[in-house]
Design a protein around this ligand. Structure first.
Ligand code: FE2
Ligand code: FE2
Length: 182
């Protein structure tokens, strides 16, 4: 398998959140309450899966190795754009969290911000994924030897292996921090 194999498989999973969120936008548009539980799960999906697991492998491994190569100006530009787009995605998810928290605490007007941020994410991810799938992953593979590609794939698996522990280390630390003595 090529190292872009797992990344593209992750794209196929990430894009499945889009129809879910479009359905939620339609429900809100019809005058229903925002589904805070669904949005909380979606935020975790974006943060833990799309960002840490997926963008993490792109930035911490693939892009880290690409900067060591004599990239064409076009590939360098695209990689810089992709990095900026990851930053945009993180900021948008954080803004969605703020809107969702305000809404949950009773600020019903925050539903407009929820709609704004969810719409931004629904528009962003398919375009970002298409840019990588159609215009970046295949051409940049040519910078790597077969051995380098195999090593990268191994590093991807190792990266993934550690994530479940990282995630629940954070969960337990948050639970401990928020523990109120009885
Ligand atoms: Fe990306
Ligand atoms: Fe990606």
């Amino acid at each position: 398998m090529k190292p872009i194999g797992p990344l593209m498989r992750e794209h196929r999973r990430i894009e499945r959140i889009i129809p879910v969120l479009k359905t939620e936008l339609n429900r809100i548009d019809k005058g229903n309450e925002a589904n805070v539980e669904l949005l909380t799960v979606a935020v975790d999906f974006f943060r833990t899966y799309a960002d840490r697991t997926h963008h993490g492998k792109e930035e911490d491994i693939l892009f880290r190795e690409l900067v060591k190569k004599p990239l064409s100006p076009e590939h360098k530009t695209t990689m810089d754009e992709l990095i900026q787009e990851h930053i945009y995605a993180r900021k948008t998810v954080s803004a969605l969290v703020a809107a969702k928290d305000a809404y949950r605490k009773g600020d019903k007007g925050a539903v407009r911000d929820i709609v704004k941020r969810v719409t931004e994410l629904v528009n962003f991810y398919p375009a970002h994924i298409e840019k990588e799938d159609q215009h970046f992953f295949y051409p940049v593979l040519d910078y790597f030897s077969k051995q380098e590609q195999d090593d990268m794939l191994q590093e991807f698996w190792e990266f993934d292996r550690l994530l479940i522990h990282e995630k629940y280390q954070r969960v337990i630390e948050e639970l401990e921090t928020n523990l109120t003595p009885q």
